[in-house]
Design a protein around this ligand. Structure first.
Ligand SMILES: [Zn+2]
Length: 382
């Protein structure tokens, strides 16, 4: 790994070598991120500790660093060829609830459980704005030029191109912990188990029209969504995955194979992947009669908190699996063969992928890290 080289030069992310799975409808490549230059040398904490920050703490490796978060050496490590940490963004003090890079913006948005939203300049790595939300953030996503923020009993929307700031009208019961956009709708799942739905319109006057709140289906908090193939999937603390018809907004199936909270959902090809605190990742396939069957259960031996999907430079799909211990496994799909690992002292609760091999990890501790996979072939070929 060559952190220092990347830092000093800054680097342009190569064009679309690594692609996040197309998990949402109408999700085109981010024009902006293809030409991204993230210069970490001007970053905040990184520059103060220049020269030492790229060294791995030898005490941490031995498992006995007493400095913990105050340590000036790295408490993380990755073993994936070419993967490098670009920078660590310091400022949040609690659990990251969402990280978003909206289309057409050179700003990264992050929201945390301590009740703040931070906006980071991608060129300098500096936090350019901190918003006190007066409430705990529950989730944060972006779709095109919109950033959506989930709060207790509320969803807010911000447009990075027009600077328009909206409080969405409608019934929202509980903390919004998961959101997704698909089929021209915004879905917000809450701790009460309900899912609030808005129609996304192109009108200036009323871009989000409240449709309904789907209640009485999930008996526990909604934790995750995925939209794919004429279906909306929702996962919950109630251990189930519900399958919804987006045309009728009816729940058409309930999948009950997990024995603990469903933490993350992902689609690849005709498969649905689900991770759970029960320590498994399940692969579901659609059978001929339309039902979903588990075709493979991968036992991980510890709680799985997040999944992320990416295709590599050879267009091969990879799955990132984040565990309770702070480890992230990077595996091939569908073989589940391990290709690499990331280690950290804190658990990664949020993984967000941008085009061009750039991704963001949000930790339970409030740390936010920017990673690049793009160094690999490009640099070795040159
Ligand atoms: Zn240390």
């Amino acid at each position: 790994m060559n952190h220092e080289a990347a830092r000093q030069q800054g680097f342009a992310v190569p064009r679309r070598r690594y692609l996040p799975y197309e998990n949402r409808m109408n999700r085109g490549p981010s024009k902006w991120s293809r030409n991204l230059v993230w210069t970490a040398s001007d970053g905040n904490r990184a520059s103060k500790n220049r020269g030492s920050v790229s060294c791995i703490c030898k005490f941490w490796i031995a498992g006995n660093c007493k400095r913990r978060d105050q340590c000036r050496f790295l408490h993380s490590w990755c073993s994936f060829p070419g993967m490098a940490m670009v920078t660590s963004l310091e400022g949040h003090e609690a659990d990251l609830k969402g990280i978003a890079l909206p289309t057409g913006s050179d700003k990264l948005f992050s929201a945390s459980g301590e009740g703040s939203l931070r906006i980071w300049d991608c060129h300098t790595g500096q936090c350019v704005r901190t918003l006190n939300l007066q409430a705990e953030a529950g989730s944060l996503i972006s779709e095109d030029s919109w950033v959506f923020l989930g709060l207790p009993n509320a969803v807010k929307a911000f447009n990075v191109q027009t600077s328009r700031d909206l409080h969405l009208d409608g019934v929202v019961v509980g903390q919004v912990q998961a959101m997704t956009v698909g089929y021209g709708m915004l879905f917000a799942g809450t701790t009460s188990g309900s899912i609030s739905v808005w129609r996304v319109t192109d009108t200036e006057s009323d871009p989000f029209t409240y449709l309904t709140s789907l209640e009485g289906h999930h008996s526990g908090p909604v934790t995750c969504f995925i939209v794919r193939e004429h279906r909306l999937y929702s996962g919950s603390v109630d251990k189930t995955i519900k399958v919804w018809d987006p045309n009728t907004l009816e729940c058409i199936m309930t999948l009950r194979q997990h024995t603990d909270t469903v933490t993350s959902l992902l689609c690849w090809d005709q498969y649905l992947f689900s991770s759970s605190l029960d320590g498994t990742i399940k692969f579901w396939a659609c059978s001929e009669d339309g039902s979903l069957e588990v075709t493979y259960t991968s036992r991980q031996g510890e709680k799985v908190h997040a999944l992320g999907g990416l295709t590599d430079a050879e267009a091969k799909p990879m799955l990132f699996c984040s565990y309770q211990s702070g480890t992230v496994s990077i595996v091939d799909i569908p073989s589940f063969q391990e290709r690499g690992k990331m280690f950290s002292t804190h658990m990664i609760g949020t993984l967000t992928f941008a085009h061009g091999g750039l991704f963001f990890s949000g930790y339970k501790s409030g740390k936010l890290r920017v990673w690049s996979l793009a160094a690999t072939k490009e640099s070795s070929e040159n």
